[in-house]
Design a protein around this ligand. Structure first.
Ligand code: SF4
Ligand code: SF4
Length: 167
């Protein structure tokens, strides 16, 4: 098994809703994919929301996966393939993101902040807007400030290392 495949098996962020909120589908691939997964249909344009139902440590429809999935390569994977990053550093980066996610989720529980989106990605978009709205309020506690810091660090990490921004 090559390093690229190995790194993706240790990661899964582009399938589990960390890095991407939805996957857009081409019209011509809809008939086949409709047999394999739940697809949202918007005026004949298909997409599905993350986390993907076909993800369970790996893609269960790998040979028939959508084009957007097959073509996607994050910055981390590209850096690994171009030998700008070694395997251990890439794994370390993935683990830092996992830890940041846990830290953010714990703070959300502590602060009793309820987010309604399905994926971590859209939850973070929701959270960013919420924090932006309340940023100037003097009622922000130490926990709020730590949450903001964690979110900023995660955003910066995803932008710099994975080439994706939580907009
Ligand atoms: S986010 Fe990058 S490293 Fe992770 S599974 Fe997707 S392509 Fe692979
Ligand atoms: S179809 Fe496969 S590759 Fe695409 S998001 Fe789902 S699990 Fe990942």
């Amino acid at each position: 098994m090559n390093e690229s495949l190995n790194i993706c098996l240790s990661c899964g962020f582009c399938c589990d809703g960390t890095l991407i909120g939805h996957v857009q589908l081409d019209r011509e691939e809809l008939p086949v994919l409709k047999e394999l997964m739940d697809i949202e249909d918007e005026n004949g344009n298909g997409f599905f929301l993350q986390p993907c139902n076909n993800y369970c440590d790996d893609c269960s429809i790998y040979s028939k996966r959508p084009k957007q999935c097959a073509n996607f390569k994050c910055g981390l994977l590209k850096s690994l393939e171009q030998k700008e990053l070694n395997f251990n550093s890439a794994i370390e980066m993935i683990n830092v993101v996992k830890q940041k996610k846990i830290a953010i989720e714990k703070k959300l529980v502590t602060l009793n902040i309820e987010l309604h989106s399905q994926s971590f990605y859209f939850k973070m978009v929701e959270l960013k807007k919420l924090l932006q709205k309340n940023k100037s309020e003097s009622s922000l506690t130490q926990n709020h400030l730590e949450l903001i810091l964690n979110l900023e660090q995660l955003d910066s990490l995803l932008t710099k290392k994975f080439g994706v921004t939580l907009y």
